[in-house]
Design a binder for this molecule. Structure first.
Ligand code: NAD
Length: 298
């Protein structure tokens, strides 16, 4: 790959994750031009000495890589191939890196459609949240042609501390959805244990210590219970709507493979109902509030 300073990256989606990820690319010397529907998000990137373009199509002919960090795969498809789509104006040697958490089979379909335009795409979703996006230590899982993964590696290394090739196109998105199902199952179990322990008179902080010193330890017991859930401030920075989407993606993948998984179906239904009750603006750690009320009503 050419020198980072001569590599132009069009970055679409400067939200909770996209803004710090785009800043990591800037810090790595890449020439990043970013866009977002939100003027505030664009302003935040300008404050970090980044370049923005309200109409990203303007930079299409000089773009070497496109990175999308939008809420879901449908929005990614619209941004690339919709009415105002960006893809038609790109050079055929531009590589598109889809970093949102999306549905794997939709990603395969998107790549087929982009191929008609002579373009290639890899899927490279991330795990780690805003803090790890800020310090460039995201876990990145990437699916697609090995040569394209190698081409993208310098950019991915600027944003993540690990880059794990998962196989064919869409496999990064599948791995991400399955990871979030496992993460959500651990979070749900931790919240239920805190609620039951509390009723029995065990201090939630003490029970958290017990879990973290014992075999019940998981990511949620380590980094979510004490900072966000026990004090009920619910400020982890990862939206419940995004978690519910990821679990539904995992459940729907199992269905598409012809064999729904009962535990996964149960989790998808639980998070869907929780989202309806707690509201679209909720943080995903508010699953605790939902479980608390549901327990009281039982
Ligand atoms: P977010 O809602 O904070 O950011 C999305 C951004 O996209 C917003 O700034 C929005 O204005 C912008 N946007 C929406 N449609 C657009 C369009 N058509 N053109 C340009 N900009 C548009 O979401 P996020 O938390 O940054 O998550 C992004 C993706 O990363 C999601 O797929 C999510 O599941 C995944 N993810 C999030 C986290 C997390 O902790 N927040 C962690 C890992 C993965």
């Amino acid at each position: 790959m050419a020198n980072p300073t001569q590599t132009i990256v069009a970055f679409i989606g400067l939200g909770v994750m996209g803004l710090p990820m785009a800043k990591r690319l800037l810090a790595g010397g890449f020439d990043v031009v970013a866009t977002d529907l939100s003027a505030d998000a664009m302003e935040a990137f300008v404050e970090a000495d980044g370049r923005t373009a309200k109409n990203i199509v303007e930079v299409a002919p000089v773009t070497d890589f496109v990175i999308t960090m939008l809420p879901n795969g449908q929005i990614v498809r619209d941004a690339l191939l919709g009415d105002m789509g960006f893809a038609m104006s790109l050079r055929t040697d531009t590589l598109i890196i889809a970093m949102s958490s999306s549905a794997p089979l939709e990603t395969r379909g998107l790549r087929e459609d982009l191929k008609i335009l002579g373009l290639d795409l890899i899927d490279a979703p991330v795990s780690g949240g805003a803090r790890r996006a800020e310090d460039g230590s995201l876990a990145i899982m990437v699916g697609g042609a090995p040569a394209m993964i190698e081409k993208a590696r310098p950019l991915l290394k600027a944003m993540g501390s690990t880059v794990t090739a998962t196989g064919e196109i869409g496999s990064g998105h599948a791995a991400k959805a399955l990871n979030n199902y496992v993460s959500a199952a651990g979070l749900q179990a931790a919240c239920e244990a805190i609620l039951i322990g509390r009723e029995f008179g065990i201090d939630p902080n003490v029970l958290t210590d017990v879990l973290n010193l014992s075999t019940g330890k998981n990511h949620s017991t380590e980094v979510k219970l004490k900072p966000f859930i026990i004090p009920e401030n619910f400020t982890s920075g990862f939206a419940m709507a995004l978690m519910a989407k990821d679990i539904e993606t995992a459940a729907s993948l199992a269905r598409q493979l012809g064999k729904p998984e009962p535990g996964l179906e149960h989790a998808a239904a639980l998070w869907k109902e929780s989202l309806e009750r707690v509201g679209k603006a909720a943080d995903h750690t508010e699953i605790y509030s939902y479980l608390k009320v549901a327990r009281q009503d039982r």
